[in-house]
Every structure is written in C-alpha cells, then in structure tokens.
Design a protein around this ligand. Structure first.
Ligand code: CA
Length: 233
C-alpha cells in the first residue's frame, strides 16, 4: 500500500513545542514544514499549498486567529483545513476560533496521539484522499471511503466483486495470487465458487481498468494465477 504523505504546515513560535510536534507528526507519516509567525505562515501557505495547517493562536506580530481569517478570505487558500492550537480552553475562544473559519480546535496541553487523531479526523472529513484511505498503484487510485476508482484521472466503473478484487491486488502489488487464494480473499472461504469464476471477474476488471487506451496492469502467470504488475511493453 502506497500511502500519500499529507503535508502539514505547523505554525508555532515555541521552539520546544515545534520540535516535539514535528517529531510526532513525522513519525505518524506526515511531511512537516514550520512557520514561526503569521506573516511567514501566509507566505508558506501561498507557496507550498499544505494539506492542513496547524495554527497556534498565540503568535508574535499577528495572532493565529487573524491568520485564520486571512486564509479564509483568499479564494486560493479558503479551503485549506485549519486546526487551531491554543492554551485557552474557554468555550468563548473555541467559538471565536471556529467562527474565524477553523475546522477544529485543540487545547494545550494535548497528547501527540490526540493531535494526530484530530488531524486524521479533519482530513478524513475534508480530504478523504489524504486520510490514508486511498490505495495507489501506477496511475490507478482507489478511494476506499467513497468506493471510487480512477485511472489516469478518469473514473473507472467497477462492480462490487471487481472492486474487492482490485483492492486485494492493490494491497499487495506485484504479488502473484492463485485463483484459490483470490477466492478465499475476495469471495470468502465459506462460499463455493468455481475457480474459473475468478477468470471471469479478472476479465471484467481488465476491460474496465484498461479500456481502449491503457496498458494492462494485471499480469497472468501461467499455471499460477494473477498479479498486479505493470507490463513492460
Ligand atoms: Ca505560541
């Protein structure tokens, strides 16, 4: 499984907290860039287009709240998910933060795992493609939340069995599965289905995926089975 690495802009002026958060976010699979004041944050968002902004409320020069408002005001940055961080725990501040356009709000002190859980929740809600629920292989992307498959940026329409079949192959790219293994994984052990049924669904999957113009990504291994594998022309 190739996970997409979401890019997080961390806006925080407190050095020790920056290091701690960066360490934990990177360990959780995020790419992190840091801005230490509001101006820098606005520039960084415009230049780097992060997938999510973690925005401290208490910043020098310009408050996090003002940064949040400015990001929301610009059409090019208005959709970026923002989580506000703050030492203030009062309900009134929480409402002001959300009013300014923040998607969520985390009060200090927070545990690293709580923060990561909130990030994942916001990304899942706003950008499911980044919540680690998209499988990618070559030019194929499979969104497990929305049950959608794209190839080369165009939608591919699959039946439920073909979807499960492709999912299994995309979770183990390159690996060869026998018909029996695919039956177990996709149809389940308790269902009696003839092995050649697999061939029928593989054929449908190929037609749907390859269309007229794409290379075949499913390799038939004689006497062994099938694998997801880019064919060498
Ligand atoms: Ca601060």
């Amino acid at each position: 499984m190739t996970a997409i690495q979401p890019h997080i802009l961390l806006v925080e002026d407190e050095k020790s907290l920056v290091e701690l958060m960066r360490y934990n976010l990177e360990r959780s699979g995020y790419r992190v860039t840091v801005a230490t004041n509001g101006e820098e944050a606005l520039t960084s968002v415009a230049d780097d287009r992060p997938d999510l902004v973690l925005l401290d409320w208490m910043l020098p020069l310009m408050s996090g709240l003002e940064v949040c408002r400015q990001l929301r005001r610009q059409p090019t940055t208005s959709n970026i998910p923002i989580i506000m961080l703050t030492a203030r725990g009062e309900e009134g501040d929480r409402i002001r933060g959300l009013d300014a356009g923040a998607d969520d709000y985390v009060s200090k002190p927070f545990s690293p795992s709580e923060l990561v859980a909130r990030i994942r929740a916001v990304l899942r809600r706003i950008r499911p493609a980044l919540a680690d629920e998209v499988l990618e292989y070559a030019d194929i992307a499979m969104d497990l939340v929305q049950h959608r498959v794209m190839r080369g940026g165009k939608p591919v329409h699959l039946g439920p069995t073909e979807f499960r079949l492709l999912r299994h192959l995309m979770e183990h790219p390159g690996r060869v599965f026998s018909r029996e293994q695919l039956l177990d994984a996709v149809w389940g052990r308790d269902v009696y289905v003839e092995a050649r049924t697999v061939d029928v669904h593989i054929r449908r999957l190929r037609v749907a995926l390859n269309g007229e113009r794409h290379a075949d990504v499913i390799r038939t291994v004689r006497a062994a089975g099938y694998a997801l594998d880019v064919q060498q022309a």
